[in-house]
Design a binder for this molecule. Structure first.
Ligand code: FMN
Length: 173
Protein backbone atom coordinates (compact mmCIF):
# COMPACT_ATOMS: atom_id res chain seq x y z
CA UNK A 1 0.00 0.00 0.00
CA UNK A 2 2.82 2.42 0.82
CA UNK A 3 4.28 1.85 -2.64
CA UNK A 4 0.89 2.64 -4.18
CA UNK A 5 0.81 5.93 -2.27
CA UNK A 6 4.40 6.73 -3.31
CA UNK A 7 3.87 6.05 -6.99
CA UNK A 8 0.38 7.41 -7.54
CA UNK A 9 0.44 10.70 -9.45
CA UNK A 10 -2.47 12.16 -11.38
CA UNK A 11 -2.37 11.01 -15.00
CA UNK A 12 -4.09 13.14 -17.62
CA UNK A 13 -2.52 11.63 -20.74
CA UNK A 14 -3.47 8.13 -21.77
CA UNK A 15 -2.54 5.77 -24.57
CA UNK A 16 -5.25 4.50 -26.95
CA UNK A 17 -5.24 1.09 -25.27
CA UNK A 18 -8.57 0.11 -23.75
CA UNK A 19 -8.80 -1.03 -20.15
CA UNK A 20 -9.39 -4.81 -20.37
CA UNK A 21 -12.76 -6.08 -19.23
CA UNK A 22 -11.22 -8.13 -16.38
CA UNK A 23 -9.66 -4.99 -14.93
CA UNK A 24 -12.88 -3.02 -15.34
CA UNK A 25 -14.63 -5.74 -13.35
CA UNK A 26 -11.98 -5.54 -10.60
CA UNK A 27 -12.29 -1.75 -10.50
CA UNK A 28 -16.04 -2.19 -10.08
CA UNK A 29 -15.46 -4.60 -7.21
CA UNK A 30 -13.03 -2.17 -5.55
CA UNK A 31 -15.57 0.66 -5.81
CA UNK A 32 -18.32 -1.47 -4.29
CA UNK A 33 -16.05 -2.50 -1.39
CA UNK A 34 -15.45 1.12 -0.35
CA UNK A 35 -16.39 1.83 3.25
CA UNK A 36 -19.37 4.13 3.89
CA UNK A 37 -20.82 5.76 6.97
CA UNK A 38 -23.31 3.44 8.69
CA UNK A 39 -22.78 1.14 5.71
CA UNK A 40 -25.39 3.21 3.86
CA UNK A 41 -23.70 2.80 0.44
CA UNK A 42 -25.45 5.87 -1.07
CA UNK A 43 -23.33 5.87 -4.23
CA UNK A 44 -23.87 4.81 -7.82
CA UNK A 45 -20.98 4.29 -10.25
CA UNK A 46 -21.41 4.89 -13.97
CA UNK A 47 -18.57 3.32 -15.94
CA UNK A 48 -18.25 5.13 -19.27
CA UNK A 49 -16.17 3.89 -22.21
CA UNK A 50 -18.27 5.34 -25.04
CA UNK A 51 -16.07 7.90 -26.81
CA UNK A 52 -18.97 10.24 -27.60
CA UNK A 53 -20.04 10.30 -23.95
CA UNK A 54 -16.44 10.76 -22.79
CA UNK A 55 -16.13 13.67 -25.19
CA UNK A 56 -19.24 15.29 -23.77
CA UNK A 57 -18.16 14.66 -20.17
CA UNK A 58 -14.86 16.39 -20.97
CA UNK A 59 -16.92 19.57 -21.48
CA UNK A 60 -18.87 19.37 -18.21
CA UNK A 61 -16.79 22.27 -16.88
CA UNK A 62 -14.38 24.71 -18.56
CA UNK A 63 -11.22 23.70 -16.69
CA UNK A 64 -9.83 20.42 -15.44
CA UNK A 65 -12.07 17.99 -17.34
CA UNK A 66 -10.78 18.23 -20.92
CA UNK A 67 -8.41 15.26 -20.52
CA UNK A 68 -11.45 12.96 -20.30
CA UNK A 69 -11.85 13.37 -24.05
CA UNK A 70 -8.85 11.07 -24.56
CA UNK A 71 -9.38 8.76 -21.60
CA UNK A 72 -10.48 5.21 -22.46
CA UNK A 73 -12.54 4.95 -19.28
CA UNK A 74 -14.23 7.26 -16.82
CA UNK A 75 -16.15 6.45 -13.67
CA UNK A 76 -18.82 8.94 -12.68
CA UNK A 77 -19.45 8.83 -8.95
CA UNK A 78 -22.94 9.93 -7.94
CA UNK A 79 -25.04 9.45 -4.83
CA UNK A 80 -28.53 9.60 -3.43
CA UNK A 81 -28.01 12.33 -0.83
CA UNK A 82 -31.20 11.27 0.98
CA UNK A 83 -29.50 7.99 1.89
CA UNK A 84 -26.65 9.58 3.81
CA UNK A 85 -25.82 12.94 5.38
CA UNK A 86 -22.16 12.25 4.60
CA UNK A 87 -22.52 11.14 0.98
CA UNK A 88 -19.74 13.55 0.00
CA UNK A 89 -17.25 11.69 2.19
CA UNK A 90 -18.57 8.32 1.01
CA UNK A 91 -18.10 9.35 -2.63
CA UNK A 92 -14.62 10.76 -1.96
CA UNK A 93 -13.53 7.50 -0.34
CA UNK A 94 -14.87 5.52 -3.30
CA UNK A 95 -13.01 7.86 -5.66
CA UNK A 96 -9.64 7.39 -3.99
CA UNK A 97 -10.27 3.66 -3.61
CA UNK A 98 -10.76 3.53 -7.38
CA UNK A 99 -7.58 5.54 -7.93
CA UNK A 100 -5.46 3.24 -5.77
CA UNK A 101 -7.05 0.15 -7.31
CA UNK A 102 -6.20 1.55 -10.75
CA UNK A 103 -2.65 2.21 -9.57
CA UNK A 104 -2.38 -1.39 -8.37
CA UNK A 105 -3.13 -2.52 -11.96
CA UNK A 106 -0.52 -0.12 -13.34
CA UNK A 107 -3.23 2.16 -14.68
CA UNK A 108 -3.08 5.93 -14.37
CA UNK A 109 -6.01 8.02 -13.18
CA UNK A 110 -7.10 11.53 -12.36
CA UNK A 111 -9.99 13.01 -10.39
CA UNK A 112 -12.37 15.53 -12.00
CA UNK A 113 -14.28 17.55 -9.44
CA UNK A 114 -17.93 17.98 -10.42
CA UNK A 115 -19.77 18.97 -7.22
CA UNK A 116 -19.60 22.74 -6.68
CA UNK A 117 -18.25 23.32 -10.19
CA UNK A 118 -20.04 25.00 -13.11
CA UNK A 119 -20.53 24.27 -16.78
CA UNK A 120 -19.43 27.12 -19.07
CA UNK A 121 -23.12 28.05 -19.47
CA UNK A 122 -23.26 28.80 -15.75
CA UNK A 123 -25.40 25.78 -14.89
CA UNK A 124 -24.00 23.38 -12.30
CA UNK A 125 -21.55 20.87 -13.79
CA UNK A 126 -23.61 18.25 -11.96
CA UNK A 127 -26.63 19.06 -14.17
CA UNK A 128 -24.52 18.86 -17.32
CA UNK A 129 -23.31 15.38 -16.30
CA UNK A 130 -26.84 14.28 -15.40
CA UNK A 131 -28.09 15.30 -18.85
CA UNK A 132 -25.25 13.56 -20.66
CA UNK A 133 -25.75 10.26 -18.84
CA UNK A 134 -29.50 10.40 -18.17
CA UNK A 135 -29.08 10.38 -14.41
CA UNK A 136 -32.19 11.08 -12.34
CA UNK A 137 -32.40 14.59 -10.89
CA UNK A 138 -32.51 13.03 -7.40
CA UNK A 139 -28.86 11.96 -7.66
CA UNK A 140 -25.95 14.23 -6.82
CA UNK A 141 -22.76 14.00 -8.87
CA UNK A 142 -19.55 14.15 -6.85
CA UNK A 143 -16.69 13.49 -9.25
CA UNK A 144 -15.44 11.65 -12.30
CA UNK A 145 -12.31 9.48 -12.27
CA UNK A 146 -10.57 9.20 -15.65
CA UNK A 147 -8.61 5.96 -15.98
CA UNK A 148 -6.31 4.43 -18.58
CA UNK A 149 -2.80 3.33 -19.49
CA UNK A 150 -0.33 6.12 -18.89
CA UNK A 151 1.13 8.07 -21.81
CA UNK A 152 3.17 10.22 -19.40
CA UNK A 153 5.47 9.37 -16.55
CA UNK A 154 5.31 11.48 -13.41
CA UNK A 155 7.83 10.75 -10.70
CA UNK A 156 6.81 10.25 -7.09
CA UNK A 157 7.07 13.35 -4.93
CA UNK A 158 10.49 12.99 -3.21
CA UNK A 159 10.23 12.20 0.49
CA UNK A 160 12.24 15.38 1.31
CA UNK A 161 9.46 17.47 -0.25
CA UNK A 162 6.70 16.10 1.96
CA UNK A 163 5.31 18.73 4.32
CA UNK A 164 6.38 17.02 7.50
CA UNK A 165 5.60 20.19 9.49
CA UNK A 166 1.93 19.31 8.96
CA UNK A 167 2.32 16.24 11.14
CA UNK A 168 1.74 16.86 14.84
CA UNK A 169 2.01 14.68 17.89
CA UNK A 170 -0.42 14.89 20.79
CA UNK A 171 -0.80 18.68 20.63
CA UNK A 172 -0.75 21.11 17.73
CA UNK A 173 2.59 22.90 17.69
C1 FMN B 1 -10.92 16.70 -4.50
C2 FMN B 1 -10.03 16.74 -5.72
C3 FMN B 1 -10.45 17.39 -6.85
C4 FMN B 1 -9.65 17.39 -8.00
N1 FMN B 1 -10.15 17.96 -9.13
C5 FMN B 1 -9.41 17.89 -10.27
C6 FMN B 1 -9.96 18.34 -11.50
O1 FMN B 1 -11.11 18.78 -11.58
N2 FMN B 1 -9.19 18.24 -12.62
C7 FMN B 1 -7.91 17.74 -12.58
O2 FMN B 1 -7.26 17.67 -13.64
N3 FMN B 1 -7.36 17.28 -11.41
C8 FMN B 1 -8.09 17.33 -10.28
N4 FMN B 1 -7.58 16.81 -9.12
C9 FMN B 1 -6.21 16.28 -9.09
C10 FMN B 1 -5.27 17.22 -8.33
O3 FMN B 1 -4.99 18.34 -9.13
C11 FMN B 1 -3.99 16.45 -7.95
O4 FMN B 1 -4.32 15.35 -7.14
C12 FMN B 1 -3.01 17.34 -7.22
O5 FMN B 1 -2.53 18.36 -8.05
C13 FMN B 1 -1.81 16.55 -6.69
O6 FMN B 1 -1.12 15.89 -7.76
P1 FMN B 1 -0.95 14.29 -7.75
O7 FMN B 1 -2.33 13.68 -7.78
O8 FMN B 1 -0.16 13.98 -8.98
O9 FMN B 1 -0.22 13.91 -6.48
C14 FMN B 1 -8.37 16.78 -7.98
C15 FMN B 1 -7.95 16.11 -6.82
C16 FMN B 1 -8.77 16.07 -5.72
C17 FMN B 1 -8.33 15.28 -4.50
Amino acid sequence: MLDLTRNRRSTRKFTDRNVPGELVALLQEAALRSPTSKNNRPWEFIFVDDSELLNRLSECKPHGASFLKHAPLAVVIAADASKSDVWVEDCAIAAITLQYAAQSFDLGSCWVQVRKRQHESGEPAEDAVKKILGLPQSLRVASIIGIGYRAEHRSPVPAEKLETHKIHFNRYQ
